[in-house]
Design a protein around this ligand. Structure first.
Ligand code: HEC
Ligand code: HEC
Ligand code: HEC
Ligand code: HEC
Ligand code: HEC
Ligand code: HEC
Ligand code: HEC
Ligand code: HEC
Length: 409
């Protein structure tokens, strides 16, 4: 035998050994895994293999919407000081439907979960095996306690009214949920098949989980819409959220999200600008961005390591990100006067009510002009957020920026 043959045999031997070693590994029974019903497994399971996504998600408010206060009392952002709370409530005077000394105030050990932490915080308590929202609310921006459904708080099931948008894997029949907050599976769908498959089964892995980036734009954006919109559930009329909806499906089957102007949506200003919160999708649907395929994830990230922190998880800081796409702008009217530093100030005014004041941004992208307020005093405008000295004259402001625009007025 020649040396070359010896080498060949040696390598063939190695290959055979390698094949034996692989054969020794238990074959993956994919069929068995995918014949089980698909279930929720919770974000901690995803963490095992997707640590970076998990880390980044942990830093977003999605992970913190609902927090277990029994495990972590630090989730409560304000002291539960009954005396202080009753004093604040008493200041509400005639607005109260129950006398201030009779309003139920949970003690700290009764609080199971906190709801929210940015603008307001509310508290979940348990009663007769169901969850209810304690009848008070803390407004972080002005450090003030106010009431929340003090007269009927224990008649309003949190799971029905709020659960599906603030927790993951809500089961209305069993009155349970899998995970507090907006977990991985709220956007990626139930992950039991995907998680059970071994890392090496890459293609099966990909086929058993929803990746929004691989869906068509309309279906992908509805994942966000399932929570960031006002709508009417189709299956469970008593509920206030998209009962039965799963990422990747068509939302409208489960939850009708009305466009402005079709007469179904409450809480809109006279000419169809919203003032209720979590209506970003309803807003966006009437914007030019909707027609151009500029979606929520064009402007917002949901988990991305390495980005500098920005308000509201925007891809770029403030108005800088508008320049990514809008490099050439008409230098007319309002654009001609201003230095362009603040697109958001004019095009996304904070007219959306979240707590006591308008705090959230309109997503229609339409500028509200002084003229709009002159026509309808109920309507705020974009300009007054900066031009707000007490003697600011709306007509003058309008005329200066848009000469002649009030001529026929
Ligand atoms: C045992 C490890 C493991 C676990 C647990 C796991 N994944 Fe994965 N995941 C993978 C692998 C491997 C891939 C394929 C990577 C690739 O495409 O190169 C993947 C891909 C993905 C993708 C992209 C799919 C695509 O089509 O591009 C998403 C989204 C995802 N996982 C989400 C999750 C979520 C959500 C959970 C928890 C429910 C989870 N994963 C749990 C290993 C895991
Ligand atoms: C609020 C919705 C949302 C949540 C919550 C969420 N994701 Fe995602 N995820 C997305 C979207 C949207 C994409 C597509 C990314 C894109 O379009 O840029 C994505 C993409 C991915 C991918 C594919 C690779 C990539 O980065 O594009 C993986 C893996 C993934 N997510 C894992 C996770 C894990 C693990 C969690 C929980 C720790 C999680 N996601 C939570 C919306 C979400
Ligand atoms: C299961 C419901 C749910 C889904 C699905 C969901 N969100 Fe949210 N989102 C929330 C809730 C609730 C909050 C408020 C969290 C808080 O304030 O504690 C929130 C907050 C946000 C914020 C504001 C964060 C901040 O810092 O103020 C952005 C931006 C956002 N979501 C974008 C998205 C995008 C984009 C998608 C789709 C890829 C999405 N969300 C999907 C429920 C959801
Ligand atoms: C259709 C989905 C949906 C329903 C139903 C819903 N919310 Fe929300 N909620 C959101 C989203 C999305 C946000 C964040 C974006 C925003 O405020 O515009 C939010 C924000 C909040 C915040 C502010 C959080 C913070 O960090 O300041 C509180 C508090 C809150 N919701 C309480 C409730 C309560 C209580 C209910 C039930 C009576 C409820 N929500 C019903 C989707 C929903
Ligand atoms: C053209 C870019 C753009 C698009 C598209 C967009 N947003 Fe926003 N969004 C912003 C900006 C800018 C802010 C305010 C950022 C800040 O706090 O300075 C914001 C704020 C938010 C907030 C925080 C609450 C508020 O209103 O201030 C939420 C929640 C949110 N967006 C969700 C969404 C969802 C859901 C979609 C898709 C239906 C969406 N956004 C589409 C740019 C966009
Ligand atoms: C991912 C790209 C992208 C980003 C980011 C983006 N836009 Fe746009 N925007 C577009 C496109 C495309 C159009 C439609 C074509 C056009 O009018 O330029 C549009 C249209 C608009 C319009 C409507 C114009 C009309 O004729 O009605 C306004 C206003 C606008 N954008 C404002 C903004 C603001 C403010 C921001 C930053 C918060 C922003 N855009 C961020 C791509 C983007
Ligand atoms: C002082 C208020 C103001 C500021 C600041 C402002 N805009 Fe505008 N913008 C307007 C008005 C008013 C219009 C006319 C159309 C309307 O009423 O929506 C307009 C029109 C537009 C249009 C459609 C017409 C065009 O020029 O293509 C786009 C796109 C736009 N703005 C983007 C931006 C971007 C991006 C920024 C920041 C770089 C910005 N705007 C800053 C008030 C403003
Ligand atoms: C983000 C803050 C901001 C917003 C929003 C804003 N402005 Fe201004 N405005 C300014 C500043 C600052 C100046 C001074 C010029 C500059 O530095 O751009 C100014 C200047 C002006 C001027 C010329 C100076 C004067 O008073 O004679 C007019 C007119 C004007 N704005 C009208 C408007 C109108 C109309 C709107 C709404 C469509 C508006 N502005 C929205 C900040 C703002």
């Amino acid at each position: 035998m020649r040396g070359k043959d010896l080498v060949t045999i040696f390598f063939l031997g190695l290959v055979v050994l390698a094949m034996l070693a692989c054969g020794g590994e238990r074959p993956v029974d994919i069929e068995n895994i995918t014949s089980q019903p698909k279930q929720y497994v919770g974000s901690d399971t995803c963490k095992m293999c997707h640590l970076e996504h998990y880390d980044s998600w942990k830093m977003t408010l999605h992970s913190r919407m609902l927090q277990n206060a029994e495990e972590n009392q630090d989730a409560i952002i304000v002291p539960i000081d009954e005396k202080q709370i009753r004093e604040d409530l008493a200041n509400m005077g005639d607005e109260l439907k129950v006398p201030p000394d009779q309003i139920y105030i949970p003690n700290i050990d009764e609080i199971k979960f906190t709801i929210g932490s940015q603008w307001t915080q509310r508290f979940l308590v348990e009663k007769n095996g169901d969850f209810f929202i304690a009848p008070l609310q803390y407004n972080a921006e002005n450090h003030r306690w106010v009431t929340y459904h003090e007269e009927d708080w224990d008649q309003r099931s949190w799971l029905l009214k709020c659960g599906g948008c603030h927790a993951t894997g809500v089961d209305l029949e069993k009155k349970t949920f899998i995970e507090p907050g907006v977990g991985c599976e709220a956007c990626h769908g139930q992950g039991s098949w995907h998680a059970a498959l071994p890392k090496t089964a890459v293609f099966e892995k990909r086929q058993t989980i929803i990746n929004p980036a691989k869906l068509t734009m309309g279906v992908a954006v509805q994942i966000c819409a399932s929570c960031h919109s006002k709508g009417q559930p189709q299956n469970e009329k008593e509920a206030s959220w998209a009962v039965g909806y799963k990422p990747g499906r068509s939302l409208e089957t489960y939850y009708r999200t009305p466009y402005f102007g079709d007469g179904n949506i409450k809480q809109v200003y006279a000419d169809h600008f919203d003032k209720g919160h979590h209506q970003q999708y309803n807003d966006w649907q009437v914007s030019q961005h909707y027609r151009e395929g500029v979606t929520c994830t064009s402007c917002h990230y949901v988990h991305q390591l390495g980005l500098p922190a920005t308000g509201s998880q925007t891809v770029g800081a403030g108005s800088q990100q508008c320049f990514e796409c809008h490099q050439i702008l008409n230098k007319t009217t309002a654009h001609a006067i201003h230095s362009f530093a603040n697109c958001i100030g004019c095009h996304m005014p904070r007219i959306v009510k979240s707590t006591e004041s308008g705090k959230n941004h309109s997503h229609t992208m339409v500028v509200l002009l002084p003229k709009d307020t002159i026509d309808n005093a109920e309507l705020p405008n974009s300009c007054m957020s900066c031009h707000k000295h007490k003697d600011a004259d709306l007509k003058e402001l309008q005329e200066k920026a848009f000469p002649g625009s009030l001529d026929d007025w």
